[in-house]
Design a protein around this ligand. Structure first.
Ligand code: C2E
Ligand code: MG
Ligand code: MG
Ligand code: MG
Length: 293
């Protein structure tokens, strides 16, 4: 037994795992401090209707500034926040900041459509989640349809179908928009997608990448757009990086798209300028001018 435990200890403390555990502990400590002192920022990525280049929404994406690295990408700390439960605090912070910003934009007469917030499975499952959403909306006097909650297929992984349905319908009753994010990238919920009260489907970037240069990819992309459409959902394509990919989202009548071609996520105060810059880069469009008048 002594030998076994010595072996186990040896395996547990073998360098890579040990390093990983230490990094995670460090990130957790630093993230906790960052949350406490309000260091986390939100950036907003425009969602554009490719038929007329119009702004239809803004997705809030969390940013963690770092002296040495500029910003630490969420992909490096969201999984740790999820593992440690810190995501609950982080999620609450993001939701509040996004509602506050949306209310300020509305006050300023900026027509941004909707603001979209990512919700992690743990946050979604919290019994108090729906009431928190309700409270935020009323605290900032934000009309419910101006808030869109993005969920990934991961919410279906550890949560029973009935529970998912119950939470979703509670949120639907509040009147917020519900979006299924990264569609096609994970666990497939195709079998009961038609029973879930989503209004929006976001097609994972993997399906759009190079689809303008590869017929098979284009056909797959088109099929997924068609699937969303046939379910009556607003279809948003993620990750158009080139003019060709952008044109493809228009050709297949996506309701919206977001991607570096139009704009990356930027600080709230830079959003309007970025959209103007995008419009200036586009051929003049009578339909867009119409909206402005
Ligand atoms: P997501 O919700 O699917 O967000 C879209 C991600 O794609 C963002 O990465 C965005 O910057 C990136 N992106 C947008 N356009 C393009 C493009 O044209 N090309 C490429 N290559 N990428 C593009 P980001 O900000 O690094 O966020 C990554 C993920 O982290 C998000 O994926 C989301 O799952 C998660 N995340 C970010 N903020 C939050 C948050 O506040 N709460 C939660 N729970 N998750 C968040
Ligand atoms: Mg998202
Ligand atoms: Mg996504
Ligand atoms: Mg994603």
């Amino acid at each position: 037994a002594a030998k076994e435990s010595k072996n186990a200890r040896h395996i547990f403390f073998s360098a890579p795992l040990n390093e990983r555990v230490q990094t995670e502990m460090l990130v957790e400590t630093l993230l906790r401090a960052a949350l406490k002192t309000g260091q986390l920022e939100l950036h907003y990525q425009p969602q554009i209707c490719p038929a007329d280049d119009r702004l239809i929404g803004l997705e809030a994406l969390v940013r963690w500034p770092n002296e040495k690295r500029g910003y630490i990408p969420p992909g490096e700390f969201i999984p740790i926040a999820e593992k440690t439960g810190l995501i609950l605090e982080l999620g609450q912070y993001v939701l509040e900041r996004a509602c506050k910003q949306a209310a300020a934009w509305r006050q300023a007469g900026f027509d941004f459509g909707q603001v979209s917030v990512n919700v992690s499975p743990l946050q979604f499952r919290q019994p108090s989640f729906a009431s928190t959403v309700r409270q935020m909306l009323s605290a900032y006097r934000l009309p419910a349809p101006m808030l869109c909650l993005e969920l990934t297929e991961n919410v279906f992984v550890d949560t029973g179908e009935q529970m998912v349905l119950d939470i979703l319908s509670e949120l639907q009753n509040i009147g917020v928009q519900l979006s299924l994010d990264d569609f096609g990238s994970g666990y497939s919920s195709l079998s009961y997608l038609h029973r879930l009260p989503f209004q929006e489907l976001k097609i994972d970037r993997a399906f759009l990448a190079d689809a303008d240069r590869d017929l098979q990819k284009e056909q797959l992309f088109q099929a997924i757009v068609g699937l969303g459409r046939s379910l009556g959902l607003r279809v948003i394509a993620e990750g158009a990086e080139t003019a060709g990919e952008y044109a493809l989202t228009a050709a297949h009548h996506c309701d919206g798209m977001q991607g570096f071609f139009c704009s990356p996520a930027v600080a709230a105060q830079d959003v309007r300028a970025r959209i103007e810059a995008f419009h200036k880069s586009r051929p003049a469009r009578s339909d867009r001018m119409e909206k402005k008048r």
